[in-house]
Design a binder for this molecule. Structure first.
Ligand SMILES: [Cu+2]
Length: 283
């Protein structure tokens, strides 16, 4: 190779190196499952009443580059999952009948067997309860964080390919969201813009909660909880119901909050006792 040709090759190689985009390092964005978030700073320092739970993902749509990851952190107020269903599947119930393990030996206080003895027990199957599918999403096969409680360990997935990945929480119907994965050349919101948008979504949910928290049932009714799709109150409305007659206790009704394994309401069939999540009194 002549000296002149050698120099040309070096110059061309130098220009090519200068034009090549620097290899972007893979990034990880954070999404909070539920509310309040584990750290107050993850909702811009907003204050959450102790009896309030939020069943939504914040942000509801997160946009990343192909090759980046999303890390979900979990609210510690109730249990959630981050679940990507297999292509074509629809949302399964969290719990399923297990005919191999029927209920046996459950009697009431008088020793009379409950009606459900012999019926299939209701179980949370392992594929719902525990992490499934590895640490990379492919948009076709099942991925699941498992139940967040009791460890509340963050869950991270990498998204190598562009596309829109819908996911949901198996515990709360209506709690769903998506990850938008764009080519590396596309412009996406910065992490700072995402945090700002997330705080806004929390502020809106708090506003909805405040509206729901104004519930004033008429007459002698007492309502347990008052929910929307993404907000749940774990309290009675009103907290104190005064009797309208001294001769006879008022008729009160107690409606159960949204279903879920951590739901505070438990009803025993065959009994008149309802146990609800927060205290209320009739005076
Ligand atoms: Cu949930």
């Amino acid at each position: 190779m002549s000296v002149r040709r050698g120099l040309s090759v070096l110059v061309i190689a130098g220009v090519a190196t200068a034009l090549a985009a620097p290899a972007a390092s893979a990034k990880t964005k954070v999404v909070v499952a539920g509310g309040p978030p584990p750290k107050a700073s993850q909702a811009g320092g907003l204050k959450f009443p102790a009896e309030l739970d939020m069943n939504a993902f914040f942000r509801r749509t997160i946009t990343i580059h192909a090759g980046d990851s999303v890390k979900w952190v979990f609210s510690k107020r109730v249990v959630h999952t981050v679940t990507f269903l297999a292509k074509g599947d629809s949302r399964p119930p969290l719990e399923q009948p297990d005919p191999a393990n029927p209920y046996t030996g459950y009697n009431d206080s008088q020793g009379v067997p409950f009606w459900f003895n012999g019926q299939p027990s209701i179980q949370i199957p392992p594929e719902h309860a525990f992490p499934q599918g590895g640490d990379t999403a492919d948009g076709k096969t099942y991925r699941n964080s498992g139940l967040s409680a009791p460890a509340f360990k963050p869950y991270t997935l990498k998204f190598p390919k562009k596309g829109t990945y819908k996911y949901l929480c198996l515990v709360h119907p209506g709690m769903d969201a998506r990850v938008k994965v764009l080519p590396k050349s596309a412009t996406i919101p910065s992490a700072k813009a995402d945090r700002k948008a997330r705080n806004k979504e929390y502020a809106k949910a708090l506003k909805d909660a405040k509206r729901l928290g104004k519930l004033k049932p008429k007459g002698n009714s007492v309502v347990a909880g008052n929910d929307s799709t993404s907000v749940a109150w774990f309290r009675f409305f009103p907290a104190t119901r005064r009797r309208t007659s001294h001769r006879r206790a008022p008729r009160t009704s107690c409606s159960a909050p949204a279903p879920g394994p951590t739901s505070a309401a438990r009803a025993r069939r065959g009994s008149t006792t309802w146990t609800c999540g927060s205290a209320a009194s009739v005076r």
